[in-house]
Ligand binder design. Structure first.
Ligand SMILES: Cc1cc2nc3c(=O)[nH]c(=O)nc-3n(C[C@H](O)[C@H](O)[C@H](O)COP(=O)(O)O)c2cc1C
Length: 183
């Protein structure tokens, strides 16, 4: 069964809410969905995971210090565990939203298969955004989660791809034999 892991950091709670709604949306498609903040995360959580969504808000056009530390540790100690898995970035932001691009770049460096599904904007330059998530975040995040889960469901496992390759090779060989016999 395909497993989807959501890892996030948040300062005022908006990215945390997004993570929860993304999980809700994903659970309508996939049974195995897990949500962990960077503080709750353990390396064992990566076991058997097909797709990972990493979420971080944008502050001063950058990732949070917590997320930077988490990614640094992941790069040093867990790069192999992340490699080959599907990756999606998300995060609450007010106007520029650099975290999404930074997370996408890092996941590519981890050799993950990055899906650039659009989470939609989470804000406009409005002072209320500093403290409050817009109500639209909920609907957008639920749909975003559903879309990620659909993409994860569609991916073929490494074992299945290997099996398919072997079968294609056998068919090719058998066809060659028949052609040779006929000639
Ligand atoms: C001090 C401060 C700096 C911020 N800098 C940015 C920024 O550079 N770009 C941006 O898009 N949003 C910026 N924001 C908006 C936050 O990303 C937004 O409030 C977001 O919802 C916070 O997410 P969180 O609740 O998960 O921490 C800033 C907010 C604060 C309070």
């Amino acid at each position: 069964m395909k497993k989807f892991l959501i890892i996030y950091d948040t300062s005022t709670g908006n990215t945390g809410k997004m993570a929860k709604y993304i999980a809700e949306g994903a659970q309508s498609v996939l049974a195995n969905v897990m949500v962990k903040s960077i503080n709750e995360f353990e390396v064992n959580d990566l076991e058997g995971v097909t797709g990972i969504a990493i979420g971080c808000p944008t502050y001063y056009r950058a990732l949070t210090d917590g997320m930077k530390n988490f990614l640094e540790k992941a790069a040093l100690e867990m790069k192999k565990e992340f490699a080959g898995k599907i990756g999606v970035a998300f995060g609450a932001y007010g106007w520029s939203g650099e975290s999404i691009k930074l997370l996408n770049e890092t996941m590519r460096y981890f050799k993950m298969k990055v899906l650039e599904i659009d989470q939609g904007t989470t804000g406009t330059p409005d002072e209320t955004l500093y403290l409050t998530a817009l109500s639209e975040i909920m609907e957008k995040s639920v749909n975003f989660g559903k879309e990620i889960a659909k993409q994860i469901t569609k991916t073929k496992s490494k074992r299945r791809l290997h099996f398919r390759k072997k079968i294609t090779e056998r068919i090719k060989k058998a066809r060659k034999k028949v052609t040779k016999r006929r000639a």
